[in-house]
Ligand binder design. Structure first.
Ligand code: UDP
Length: 149
């Protein structure tokens, strides 16, 4: 099974609501491993780089302004099939269409402020995590639940 690293960003509205812990708990309960984590006000350049595939779309300017509106939590989360697993746990872009047990399906109301971001493929995860982390910031360790302890 493919061991992957996934990039996750808890959006500013979730930080302001004080639900960081609840979101991180969802990932930890699945035995995904957090290997990097920081709280940061992201810059204009970082926001544009992260969302460059959406440049020119109707929601783009609003998305960039929103993502810079306050600090976000930036994380790298690892595990077998981590990318599909995290996307499964967070739900789809529109909270209305996300299953009620998912993060967006439980906490989200609108597409624009849908609580959390996670990369949609191994290529985008590597591209996106490199915007915010260098390799020295990614910490190697073993979870208690990993078999080879
Ligand atoms: N987005 C938006 N309005 C839209 C579609 C997308 O504001 O009509 C924002 C939303 O924050 C979403 C992000 O753009 O999370 C990226 O959209 P995508 O379709 O790639 O969804 P995701 O990968 O976040 O599930």
């Amino acid at each position: 099974m493919e061991y992957e690293r996934e990039f996750v960003m808890i959006k500013p509205n979730s930080v302001r609501r004080g639900i960081i812990g609840e979101i991180i708990t969802r990932l930890e309960k699945r035995e995904l491993k957090i290997t990097a984590l920081k709280l940061k006000n992201i810059t204009e350049n970082e926001a544009e780089e992260l969302y460059k595939e959406h440049e020119g779309k109707a929601f783009y300017e609003e998305l960039i302004d929103f993502i810079k509106s306050g600090p976000v939590i930036l994380m790298i989360v690892e595990g077998p099939r981590a990318i599909d697993m995290v996307r499964h746990i967070i739900g789809v872009a529109d909270p209305l269409k996300s299953s009620p047990g998912s993060i967006r399906g439980e906490y989200g109301l609108t597409v624009g402020k849908n609580i959390v971001h996670a990369s949609d493929s191994p290529v985008s995860a590597e591209r996106e995590l490199k915007i915010f982390f260098n390799e020295e910031e990614i910490i190697e360790y073993k979870l208690n639940t990993q078999k080879d302890l």
